[in-house]
Structures are given as structure tokens and as C-alpha cells.
Design a protein around this ligand. Structure first.
Ligand code: DP6
Length: 362
């Protein structure tokens, strides 16, 4: 069992040099969903995701000696070069929660600049990209100050662990192409504490898969993912969910290894329906789907039936639709999106994305 708490990670305050660290980290799309958590951000079931490419956060962390004797974490946070109080408070709370792991964070001064490749108002979940980018910066900072994370595998594992503490799904963004988070017999070394890379197991057809994100609504969600996870605690169907998801995980991994797109698509869509079904069965129930979401789903089914092209959808905890399909069908699918689906999108917006190679230090 890993224990990253380390009271020895302290600096000699007047010896800290100033420096700057920068990471770009992508979002990810869950194929098997993490929905329900316990303890300190631990998942009630294993999940697997594709790492994305075009939807990412870039984070710059500037550090230097602390000029004040204010106790605790001293951090300034700018989002798209502007001060943003709610985000700054969230980051300060997150860094404070990491003090048992990184006690040196109270000995230095930090300025964090963060920006997304997609508009914040696009209504797409950005916490995975944002928290993974920040966690990677923190691990680079540890390595710079103490030289303790030179091993790539250990670096990734710790970055994934720290990202998880910021937002569960963020722990999967650390890895190229695909990642599994949560203990499962199906994946060696899998853990509830951090994600493990799984991209090397993908059949080549999936390594170049597309995920085009249709922005159905840019409005802030009525119920956040964090609140949604909480509602799973009293959901009368949660036990059934945790039982069925194990079998789905097994089938999904088999499909991803074998290149079985039909099985992949079947499980993918069942997961999207299950996630939103669980929301509708929560107490109180809620609905994040919008009329446009339903219209797109119907159109996708019709397109698949008539054209015999494997185009499948999934949803995260919101109304936007992710369309997944193999690279060899990109012309015809993208024409279909432009001609038939953009009319359901808010201001015709969508983000063409695909499976990506994971974070990059800049
Ligand atoms: C539906 O990771 O956003 O996208 O851990 O509370 O930050 P917190 O929640 P978050 O939940 C993501 C839920 C999901 C499914 C998934 O990504 O696996």
C-alpha cells in the first residue's frame, strides 16, 4: 500500500531558488464510468478511459522563496491570465490538503497560471485536464527540489495519485491513449489509489479512434459531478450498478484488445445510459440530458443502421455527446456531423478530438 505522506520533504527556506514548471495535460473520456466514491476520493468501481488530445489544460507553476510569514499555503491563481476567486479557493484548499504529502508547500510562494484549449463556457468537464496538469507540475517541483522522482513510472504513479485527490477522473489523464483506475482482476497492478496506463493493450484500431465532442449546452450543470457521486450513496440501484459494472469492464477490455468494435460500442452506449439512468433514479432524481442530446442519439442510431458505419456515442455527467468512431470513417462521419448534427449544438460548436499521447512537459 503506497503511503506518500512524508514529513521530511522540507526545504531550507533561504536556499530556495525561483523557478518555473509547465505542463500540458489532456482531458479523458470514460468508456466504463466512475460513478460513486467513498473515503478519500476512492472509486466504488473500476473505470477505463481514452486519453484525449485536443481538449487540454496548460498550467504554469512559478515558485520562489516565501516573502511573508503567513502560515500555510501561499498561492496566487490566474485562469486565462485573470484572477478567479472560486478557482483560486479550490486550488488553495487542494494544496492545503496535500501538506502531509508535500509539507514544503507551506514554505514557498506559488503563482499558478492555467488555461484551457477549449472555452471554459463550452460546458465540457475540465477538471480532469486541470487537476492532472497541476499534479504533474507538483511532481516536477518535487523532483526539482529533492531529486526524488527521477523514475518515470514512479513519477506517473505519484502524479496520478495527486491528481485523483483533486478530481477522481483526473488520475486517468496521466497516461498515453488509455488508463484504468480502480482495482480489477482484469488489469495487473490496478489500484484504487491511482490509475495505470493501458494504452499498450489497445488493438491498433482503437489507438487512432476519434472522439468528437458535440456541445449541446454551454450552461453550467444543475448538479455537479461531485454532488452526483454523493447521491450514489443512497441510490437504491447502486449495488446493482457496482455488480454489473464488473462484467462490463471485462467485456470492454476484451473488446479493446481484440479490436471488436461492435462489442465496444454496445458496452459504451450501455454505460452512457446507465450513468444517466442512475441520475434519474437518484433521490432527488435529476436529468442532465437536453432535447438536443436525445435528437443526436436518435440520429446516430439511424446513421449506424443505414450506413453500417460503427459510430457510437457516450456521455459524461452532462448533456454533451461524445461521438466515437474509427479513423477510417472520418470523412463520412465528419460530413454527417456537419450536415446533420451541428444544428443541435449550442452555437454550432463541437470539438473534434481523438485518442492522444498523454501529457507533455513544456
Ligand atoms: C461521469 O472526476 O468529475 O465523468 O472526483 O468529484 O471530481 P470528482 O468527479 P469527476 O467525475 C467524473 C464522472 C464521469 C465519469 C468518469 O469520468 O469516469
Amino acid at each position: 500500500m503506497v503511503d506518500y505522506n512524508n514529513p521530511n520533504l522540507l526545504v531550507t527556506p533561504n536556499k530556495v531558488r525561483s523557478g518555473k514548471i509547465e505542463w500540458r495535460s489532456p482531458s479523458n473520456i470514460a468508456l466504463i464510468k466512475y460513478w460513486g466514491k467513498y473515503g478519500q476520493q476512492l472509486p466504488c468501481n473500476p473505470s477505463i478511459s481514452f486519453t484525449l488530445d485536443a481538449a487540454y489544460t496548460e498550467t504554469t507553476l512559478e515558485y520562489g522563496p516565501k516573502m511573508t510569514d503567513k502560515p500555510g499555503v501561499s498561492v496566487d491563481f490566474l485562469f486565462h491570465n485573470q484572477h478567479n476567486k472560486p478557482f483560486a479557493d479550490k486550488i488553495e484548499r487542494y494544496l492545503t490538503s496535500l501538506l502531509p504529502i508535500y509539507p514544503f508547500l507551506s514554505q514557498i510562494e506559488l503563482t499558478i497560471f492555467s488555461s484551457n484549449s477549449f472555452p471554459h463556457s463550452a460546458g465540457i468537464a475540465s477538471s480532469a485536464a486541470a487537476m492532472s496538469a497541476l499534479a504533474l507540475c507538483l511532481c516536477s517541483l518535487e523532483d526539482e527540489l529533492f531529486g526524488t522522482l527521477s523514475d518515470d513510472k514512479q513519477f506517473d504513479q505519484k502524479a496520478s495519485y495527486l491528481a485523483r485527490l483533486g478530481s477522481g477522473s483526473a488520475c486517468r489523464s496521466i497516461y498515453s491513449k488509455a488508463a484504468i483506475w480502480g482495482e480489477t482482476q482484469e488489469a495487473q497492478e490496478s489500484s484504487d489509489l491511482y490509475a495505470v496506463g493501458w494504452g499498450h493493450h489497445l488493438h491498433p484500431i482503437f489507438a487512432t479512434f476519434h472522439d468528437d465532442i458535440l456541445i449541446i449546452s454551454k450552461e453550467e450543470k444543475g448538479v455537479s459531478s461531485t454532488a452526483g457521486h454523493k447521491l450514489m450513496d443512497d441510490n437504491p440501484y447502486s449495488e446493482t450498478r457496482y455488480m454489473t459494472v464488473q462484467g462490463r469492464m471485462k467485456q470492454m477490455l476484451a473488446a479493446l484488445k481484440a479490436g471488436d468494435i461492435e462489442l465496444f460500442g454496445d458496452i459504451l452506449e450501455k454505460e452512457a445510459y446507465s450513468l444517466h439512468g442512475l441520475m434519474m433514479l437518484s433521490n432527488p432524481p435529476y436529468l442532465l440530458l437536453r432535447p438536443g442530446t436525445v435528437s443526436v442519439i436518435e440520429k446516430v442510431h439511424e446513421f449506424r443502421r443505414t450506413n453500417k458505419i460503427p459510430l457510437y456515442f457516450t456521455l459524461d455527467a452532462g448533456p454533451n455527446v461524445h461521438l466515437l468512431y474509427p479513423d477510417l470513417h472520418k470523412e463520412v462521419v465528419q460530413a454527417f456531423i456537419k450536415n446533420e448534427l451541428l444544428r443541435y449544438c449550442s452555437e454550432g460548436s463541437y470539438i473534434p478530438d481523438k485518442v492522444g499521447n498523454g501529457p507533455k512537459q513544456l
